[in-house]
Write a protein that binds this ligand. Structure first.
Ligand SMILES: NC(=O)c1ccc[n+]([C@@H]2O[C@H](COP(=O)([O-])OP(=O)(O)OC[C@H]3O[C@@H](n4cnc5c(N)ncnc54)[C@H](O)[C@@H]3O)[C@@H](O)[C@H]2O)c1
Length: 351
Protein backbone atom coordinates (compact mmCIF):
# COMPACT_ATOMS: atom_id res chain seq x y z
CA UNK A 1 0.00 0.00 0.00
CA UNK A 2 1.52 3.30 -1.10
CA UNK A 3 1.34 5.96 1.58
CA UNK A 4 2.51 9.54 2.05
CA UNK A 5 3.57 11.50 5.10
CA UNK A 6 2.52 15.16 4.96
CA UNK A 7 4.52 17.30 7.38
CA UNK A 8 7.98 15.89 8.14
CA UNK A 9 8.66 17.36 11.58
CA UNK A 10 8.90 15.92 15.09
CA UNK A 11 5.97 13.49 15.24
CA UNK A 12 6.47 12.30 11.66
CA UNK A 13 10.14 11.46 12.18
CA UNK A 14 9.68 10.26 15.73
CA UNK A 15 6.70 7.97 15.16
CA UNK A 16 4.74 7.87 11.89
CA UNK A 17 7.61 7.28 9.46
CA UNK A 18 9.38 4.57 11.54
CA UNK A 19 6.01 2.85 12.08
CA UNK A 20 5.20 2.80 8.35
CA UNK A 21 8.74 1.55 7.66
CA UNK A 22 8.15 -1.32 10.12
CA UNK A 23 4.76 -2.22 8.62
CA UNK A 24 5.38 -4.75 5.88
CA UNK A 25 2.22 -3.81 3.99
CA UNK A 26 3.04 -0.09 3.71
CA UNK A 27 5.47 1.66 1.39
CA UNK A 28 6.13 5.39 1.75
CA UNK A 29 5.94 6.94 -1.73
CA UNK A 30 6.09 10.63 -0.73
CA UNK A 31 7.57 12.75 2.01
CA UNK A 32 5.87 16.13 1.83
CA UNK A 33 6.85 19.29 3.70
CA UNK A 34 6.60 22.97 2.80
CA UNK A 35 10.24 23.15 3.89
CA UNK A 36 11.96 21.24 1.05
CA UNK A 37 15.00 20.42 3.18
CA UNK A 38 12.80 18.46 5.62
CA UNK A 39 11.21 16.36 2.86
CA UNK A 40 14.62 15.78 1.26
CA UNK A 41 16.19 14.87 4.60
CA UNK A 42 13.51 12.19 5.06
CA UNK A 43 14.18 10.70 1.62
CA UNK A 44 17.90 10.59 2.44
CA UNK A 45 17.39 9.19 5.94
CA UNK A 46 14.88 6.47 5.14
CA UNK A 47 16.21 5.59 1.68
CA UNK A 48 12.83 5.64 -0.06
CA UNK A 49 10.14 7.95 -1.41
CA UNK A 50 9.99 11.21 -3.31
CA UNK A 51 10.37 14.64 -1.67
CA UNK A 52 7.62 17.15 -2.48
CA UNK A 53 6.55 20.51 -1.05
CA UNK A 54 2.90 20.66 -2.22
CA UNK A 55 0.51 18.11 -0.68
CA UNK A 56 -1.76 18.45 -3.72
CA UNK A 57 0.92 16.69 -5.76
CA UNK A 58 0.57 13.72 -3.39
CA UNK A 59 -3.22 13.75 -3.65
CA UNK A 60 -3.06 13.81 -7.48
CA UNK A 61 -1.22 10.47 -7.53
CA UNK A 62 -3.79 7.66 -7.92
CA UNK A 63 -1.30 5.14 -6.52
CA UNK A 64 -1.35 6.76 -3.08
CA UNK A 65 -3.99 5.11 -0.89
CA UNK A 66 -3.29 6.69 2.47
CA UNK A 67 -1.76 9.78 4.04
CA UNK A 68 -0.63 10.78 7.50
CA UNK A 69 -1.28 14.44 8.27
CA UNK A 70 1.51 15.54 10.62
CA UNK A 71 1.37 19.31 10.12
CA UNK A 72 0.58 21.96 12.72
CA UNK A 73 -3.11 22.02 13.72
CA UNK A 74 -4.06 24.89 11.38
CA UNK A 75 -3.65 22.65 8.31
CA UNK A 76 -5.33 19.51 9.71
CA UNK A 77 -8.84 20.10 8.43
CA UNK A 78 -7.77 21.62 5.09
CA UNK A 79 -5.42 18.79 4.11
CA UNK A 80 -7.66 16.05 5.56
CA UNK A 81 -10.75 17.22 3.67
CA UNK A 82 -8.82 17.63 0.41
CA UNK A 83 -7.34 14.15 0.88
CA UNK A 84 -10.71 12.51 1.57
CA UNK A 85 -12.21 14.25 -1.46
CA UNK A 86 -9.30 12.92 -3.53
CA UNK A 87 -10.22 9.40 -2.38
CA UNK A 88 -7.38 8.94 0.12
CA UNK A 89 -7.60 7.39 3.57
CA UNK A 90 -6.33 9.67 6.32
CA UNK A 91 -4.64 9.37 9.68
CA UNK A 92 -4.64 12.93 11.02
CA UNK A 93 -2.62 13.85 14.09
CA UNK A 94 -4.38 15.07 17.20
CA UNK A 95 -6.18 17.36 17.83
CA UNK A 96 -8.53 16.69 14.93
CA UNK A 97 -8.69 20.43 14.31
CA UNK A 98 -8.35 23.85 15.90
CA UNK A 99 -12.07 24.28 16.46
CA UNK A 100 -15.15 22.08 16.58
CA UNK A 101 -16.60 23.37 13.27
CA UNK A 102 -13.44 22.25 11.44
CA UNK A 103 -13.67 18.82 13.07
CA UNK A 104 -17.33 18.56 12.05
CA UNK A 105 -16.40 19.40 8.45
CA UNK A 106 -13.78 16.63 8.57
CA UNK A 107 -16.37 14.18 9.86
CA UNK A 108 -18.78 15.17 7.09
CA UNK A 109 -16.07 14.69 4.45
CA UNK A 110 -15.37 11.23 5.91
CA UNK A 111 -19.03 10.28 5.76
CA UNK A 112 -19.36 11.53 2.18
CA UNK A 113 -16.19 9.83 0.93
CA UNK A 114 -16.54 6.58 2.87
CA UNK A 115 -12.76 6.58 3.27
CA UNK A 116 -11.03 5.99 6.61
CA UNK A 117 -10.45 8.99 8.85
CA UNK A 118 -8.67 8.15 12.09
CA UNK A 119 -7.35 10.76 14.50
CA UNK A 120 -3.99 10.38 16.25
CA UNK A 121 -5.46 9.74 19.70
CA UNK A 122 -2.70 7.23 20.17
CA UNK A 123 -3.50 6.31 23.77
CA UNK A 124 -6.42 4.26 22.48
CA UNK A 125 -3.66 1.83 21.45
CA UNK A 126 -1.82 1.98 24.77
CA UNK A 127 -1.62 -1.29 26.73
CA UNK A 128 -2.27 0.25 30.16
CA UNK A 129 -5.18 2.32 28.89
CA UNK A 130 -6.74 -0.72 27.23
CA UNK A 131 -6.39 -2.74 30.44
CA UNK A 132 -8.14 0.04 32.39
CA UNK A 133 -10.97 0.03 29.86
CA UNK A 134 -11.19 -3.73 30.21
CA UNK A 135 -11.32 -3.52 34.03
CA UNK A 136 -14.01 -0.82 33.95
CA UNK A 137 -16.07 -2.74 31.37
CA UNK A 138 -15.75 -5.89 33.50
CA UNK A 139 -17.17 -4.01 36.51
CA UNK A 140 -13.96 -4.25 38.60
CA UNK A 141 -14.34 -0.62 39.68
CA UNK A 142 -18.09 -0.78 40.22
CA UNK A 143 -19.79 2.42 39.14
CA UNK A 144 -17.17 4.92 37.96
CA UNK A 145 -18.83 8.10 39.17
CA UNK A 146 -15.92 10.52 39.16
CA UNK A 147 -12.74 11.05 37.16
CA UNK A 148 -10.01 13.55 38.06
CA UNK A 149 -7.56 14.57 35.37
CA UNK A 150 -4.27 16.33 36.10
CA UNK A 151 -1.98 17.43 33.27
CA UNK A 152 0.16 19.95 35.07
CA UNK A 153 3.76 20.80 34.61
CA UNK A 154 6.06 23.09 36.53
CA UNK A 155 7.60 25.18 33.70
CA UNK A 156 7.00 23.61 30.32
CA UNK A 157 5.46 26.09 27.87
CA UNK A 158 6.44 24.81 24.40
CA UNK A 159 8.22 27.23 22.06
CA UNK A 160 6.82 30.32 23.77
CA UNK A 161 5.91 32.90 21.14
CA UNK A 162 5.88 30.29 18.35
CA UNK A 163 3.33 27.93 16.75
CA UNK A 164 2.19 26.25 19.99
CA UNK A 165 1.27 29.54 21.67
CA UNK A 166 -0.32 31.15 18.61
CA UNK A 167 -4.08 30.56 18.57
CA UNK A 168 -4.40 30.98 14.82
CA UNK A 169 -2.01 28.06 14.27
CA UNK A 170 -2.72 25.78 17.25
CA UNK A 171 -6.34 26.63 18.06
CA UNK A 172 -5.61 26.68 21.79
CA UNK A 173 -2.98 26.00 24.42
CA UNK A 174 -2.47 23.26 26.97
CA UNK A 175 -6.01 21.88 26.62
CA UNK A 176 -5.76 21.32 22.89
CA UNK A 177 -2.15 20.14 23.10
CA UNK A 178 -2.01 17.93 26.23
CA UNK A 179 -5.58 17.91 27.51
CA UNK A 180 -6.85 16.32 24.31
CA UNK A 181 -4.85 13.16 25.12
CA UNK A 182 -5.98 13.04 28.76
CA UNK A 183 -9.64 13.67 28.05
CA UNK A 184 -9.54 11.18 25.22
CA UNK A 185 -8.26 8.49 27.62
CA UNK A 186 -11.15 9.25 29.97
CA UNK A 187 -13.64 9.09 27.13
CA UNK A 188 -12.23 5.83 25.77
CA UNK A 189 -12.14 4.09 29.15
CA UNK A 190 -15.61 5.28 30.12
CA UNK A 191 -17.34 4.42 26.83
CA UNK A 192 -17.28 7.85 25.14
CA UNK A 193 -20.01 9.44 27.29
CA UNK A 194 -21.49 12.66 25.90
CA UNK A 195 -20.94 15.87 27.86
CA UNK A 196 -24.07 17.48 29.35
CA UNK A 197 -22.74 20.64 31.03
CA UNK A 198 -19.32 22.26 31.14
CA UNK A 199 -17.80 24.87 33.41
CA UNK A 200 -14.21 26.05 33.02
CA UNK A 201 -11.70 28.87 33.49
CA UNK A 202 -8.38 29.37 31.73
CA UNK A 203 -5.19 31.22 32.62
CA UNK A 204 -2.13 32.71 31.02
CA UNK A 205 -0.06 34.11 33.84
CA UNK A 206 3.54 32.86 33.81
CA UNK A 207 4.32 33.17 30.10
CA UNK A 208 2.94 36.69 29.75
CA UNK A 209 4.78 38.86 28.98
CA UNK A 210 7.07 36.44 27.16
CA UNK A 211 10.31 38.05 28.33
CA UNK A 212 9.39 37.58 32.01
CA UNK A 213 9.01 33.77 31.76
CA UNK A 214 11.58 31.90 33.85
CA UNK A 215 12.46 28.35 32.74
CA UNK A 216 15.30 25.87 32.57
CA UNK A 217 14.53 24.21 29.23
CA UNK A 218 12.01 24.63 26.45
CA UNK A 219 10.69 22.03 24.04
CA UNK A 220 9.38 22.86 20.53
CA UNK A 221 12.07 25.46 19.96
CA UNK A 222 13.55 28.49 21.70
CA UNK A 223 11.28 31.36 22.79
CA UNK A 224 10.35 33.95 20.21
CA UNK A 225 10.42 37.07 22.36
CA UNK A 226 8.62 39.22 19.78
CA UNK A 227 6.21 36.37 18.91
CA UNK A 228 2.60 35.64 19.85
CA UNK A 229 1.31 34.11 23.09
CA UNK A 230 -2.48 34.26 22.96
CA UNK A 231 -3.48 30.76 24.12
CA UNK A 232 -4.13 29.42 27.62
CA UNK A 233 -1.18 27.98 29.52
CA UNK A 234 -3.51 26.66 32.25
CA UNK A 235 -7.13 25.51 32.39
CA UNK A 236 -9.40 24.02 35.02
CA UNK A 237 -13.00 22.92 35.09
CA UNK A 238 -15.73 20.37 35.43
CA UNK A 239 -17.77 18.38 32.91
CA UNK A 240 -20.99 16.56 33.74
CA UNK A 241 -21.35 13.68 31.29
CA UNK A 242 -23.81 10.88 30.69
CA UNK A 243 -21.24 8.82 32.62
CA UNK A 244 -18.88 10.08 35.34
CA UNK A 245 -18.33 13.67 36.32
CA UNK A 246 -14.92 14.83 35.08
CA UNK A 247 -12.88 17.48 36.87
CA UNK A 248 -9.59 18.61 35.37
CA UNK A 249 -6.64 20.83 36.08
CA UNK A 250 -4.09 21.35 33.32
CA UNK A 251 -1.14 23.66 32.88
CA UNK A 252 1.98 23.90 30.76
CA UNK A 253 3.30 26.03 33.59
CA UNK A 254 2.24 26.27 37.22
CA UNK A 255 4.22 27.01 40.37
CA UNK A 256 3.90 23.44 41.64
CA UNK A 257 7.43 22.01 41.76
CA UNK A 258 6.75 18.48 40.56
CA UNK A 259 4.88 17.60 37.37
CA UNK A 260 1.46 16.04 38.07
CA UNK A 261 0.46 13.96 35.06
CA UNK A 262 -2.15 11.38 36.00
CA UNK A 263 -5.80 10.35 35.80
CA UNK A 264 -7.85 9.02 38.76
CA UNK A 265 -10.79 6.79 37.85
CA UNK A 266 -12.90 6.67 41.00
CA UNK A 267 -15.45 3.89 41.32
CA UNK A 268 -17.65 2.43 44.04
CA UNK A 269 -15.66 -0.85 44.19
CA UNK A 270 -12.22 0.38 43.24
CA UNK A 271 -10.17 3.26 41.96
CA UNK A 272 -7.31 3.50 39.48
CA UNK A 273 -4.50 6.02 39.23
CA UNK A 274 -2.94 5.99 35.78
CA UNK A 275 0.42 7.74 35.56
CA UNK A 276 0.18 9.25 32.08
CA UNK A 277 2.12 7.25 29.50
CA UNK A 278 3.14 4.72 32.14
CA UNK A 279 1.65 2.14 34.48
CA UNK A 280 -1.29 2.19 36.88
CA UNK A 281 -2.35 1.14 40.37
CA UNK A 282 -5.72 -0.33 41.32
CA UNK A 283 -6.99 0.42 44.85
CA UNK A 284 -9.77 -1.82 46.09
CA UNK A 285 -10.87 -4.10 48.93
CA UNK A 286 -11.03 -7.87 49.39
CA UNK A 287 -12.57 -9.81 52.30
CA UNK A 288 -12.47 -6.73 54.51
CA UNK A 289 -8.89 -5.80 53.62
CA UNK A 290 -7.64 -2.89 51.55
CA UNK A 291 -5.81 -3.97 48.39
CA UNK A 292 -3.32 -2.18 46.17
CA UNK A 293 -2.43 -3.86 42.88
CA UNK A 294 0.31 -2.57 40.59
CA UNK A 295 -0.07 -3.13 36.86
CA UNK A 296 3.11 -2.81 34.81
CA UNK A 297 3.45 -3.23 31.09
CA UNK A 298 6.18 -4.01 28.56
CA UNK A 299 7.66 -1.21 26.43
CA UNK A 300 4.89 0.60 24.68
CA UNK A 301 4.32 0.18 20.95
CA UNK A 302 1.27 2.41 20.79
CA UNK A 303 2.30 4.40 17.71
CA UNK A 304 3.17 1.21 15.84
CA UNK A 305 -0.20 -0.27 16.82
CA UNK A 306 -1.92 2.94 15.72
CA UNK A 307 -0.33 2.78 12.25
CA UNK A 308 -0.94 -0.97 11.93
CA UNK A 309 -4.57 -0.42 12.88
CA UNK A 310 -4.90 2.36 10.28
CA UNK A 311 -3.63 0.04 7.55
CA UNK A 312 -5.94 -2.73 8.77
CA UNK A 313 -8.95 -0.38 8.73
CA UNK A 314 -8.22 0.50 5.11
CA UNK A 315 -7.87 -3.15 4.13
CA UNK A 316 -10.85 -4.53 6.03
CA UNK A 317 -13.25 -1.61 6.51
CA UNK A 318 -13.01 -2.13 10.28
CA UNK A 319 -13.92 0.93 12.37
CA UNK A 320 -11.13 1.96 14.72
CA UNK A 321 -11.64 3.36 18.25
CA UNK A 322 -9.73 6.39 16.88
CA UNK A 323 -12.36 7.02 14.18
CA UNK A 324 -13.49 10.64 13.74
CA UNK A 325 -16.97 9.62 14.95
CA UNK A 326 -15.68 8.99 18.49
CA UNK A 327 -13.19 11.83 18.38
CA UNK A 328 -15.93 14.32 17.56
CA UNK A 329 -17.48 13.72 21.01
CA UNK A 330 -14.29 14.97 22.69
CA UNK A 331 -13.94 17.82 20.16
CA UNK A 332 -17.45 19.00 21.11
CA UNK A 333 -16.63 18.80 24.81
CA UNK A 334 -13.39 20.74 24.36
CA UNK A 335 -15.21 23.38 22.35
CA UNK A 336 -17.65 23.81 25.25
CA UNK A 337 -14.74 23.99 27.72
CA UNK A 338 -13.21 26.85 25.76
CA UNK A 339 -16.57 28.61 25.39
CA UNK A 340 -17.24 28.32 29.10
CA UNK A 341 -13.81 29.72 29.96
CA UNK A 342 -14.22 32.61 27.53
CA UNK A 343 -17.75 33.48 28.69
CA UNK A 344 -17.13 32.72 32.42
CA UNK A 345 -20.31 30.69 32.67
CA UNK A 346 -21.64 27.17 32.49
CA UNK A 347 -22.39 25.79 29.02
CA UNK A 348 -25.34 23.43 28.68
CA UNK A 349 -25.06 21.07 25.72
CA UNK A 350 -28.09 19.79 23.84
CA UNK A 351 -28.66 16.03 24.11
N1 LIG B 1 0.28 12.13 19.10
C1 LIG B 1 1.16 12.80 19.81
O1 LIG B 1 1.48 12.45 20.93
C2 LIG B 1 1.76 14.04 19.20
C3 LIG B 1 3.02 14.46 19.63
C4 LIG B 1 3.56 15.59 19.02
C5 LIG B 1 2.84 16.29 18.05
N2 LIG B 1 1.61 15.86 17.69
C6 LIG B 1 0.82 16.61 16.68
O2 LIG B 1 1.46 16.48 15.43
C7 LIG B 1 1.32 17.69 14.69
C8 LIG B 1 2.70 18.17 14.28
O3 LIG B 1 3.46 18.43 15.43
P1 LIG B 1 5.06 18.41 15.38
O4 LIG B 1 5.51 18.55 16.79
O5 LIG B 1 5.54 17.26 14.57
O6 LIG B 1 5.32 19.78 14.60
P2 LIG B 1 6.59 20.19 13.74
O7 LIG B 1 6.55 21.65 13.63
O8 LIG B 1 7.82 19.53 14.29
O9 LIG B 1 6.31 19.53 12.30
C9 LIG B 1 5.29 19.97 11.46
C10 LIG B 1 5.82 19.97 10.03
O10 LIG B 1 4.75 20.28 9.15
C11 LIG B 1 5.26 21.09 8.09
N3 LIG B 1 4.16 21.77 7.42
C12 LIG B 1 3.48 22.87 7.81
N4 LIG B 1 2.52 23.18 6.92
C13 LIG B 1 2.59 22.24 5.95
C14 LIG B 1 1.86 22.01 4.75
N5 LIG B 1 0.87 22.84 4.37
N6 LIG B 1 2.22 20.96 3.97
C15 LIG B 1 3.22 20.14 4.33
N7 LIG B 1 3.95 20.31 5.45
C16 LIG B 1 3.63 21.34 6.26
C17 LIG B 1 6.24 22.01 8.80
O11 LIG B 1 7.17 22.59 7.90
C18 LIG B 1 6.91 21.03 9.79
O12 LIG B 1 8.06 20.42 9.23
C19 LIG B 1 0.56 18.66 15.60
O13 LIG B 1 -0.79 18.66 15.25
C20 LIG B 1 0.74 18.09 16.99
O14 LIG B 1 -0.35 18.38 17.84
C21 LIG B 1 1.07 14.74 18.23
Amino acid sequence: MKVAVIGCGTIANGQHIPAYMANEKAEIKYFCDILPERAEAAVAKYGCGIAVTDYKEVLADPEVEAVSVCTPNRMHSIITIDALKAGKNVLCEKPAARIYEEALAMQQAQHESGKVLNIGVVNRFDLAVNEIKHLIDAGELGEVYQVYVSFRSHRSIPGLGGAFTTKDIAGGGVLIDWGVHFLDIVMFCCGDPKAKTVSAEKFSKLGNPIEDYVYTSMWAGPPVTDGISDVEEGITGMVRTEGPIITFNGAWAQNIGENEMFIDFIGTKGGIRLQYGKDFTLYSTKNGALTKTEFTFPANQKFQTEINSFIECIETGKKSPAHIDTNIITARMMDAIYRSAEEHREIVLEA
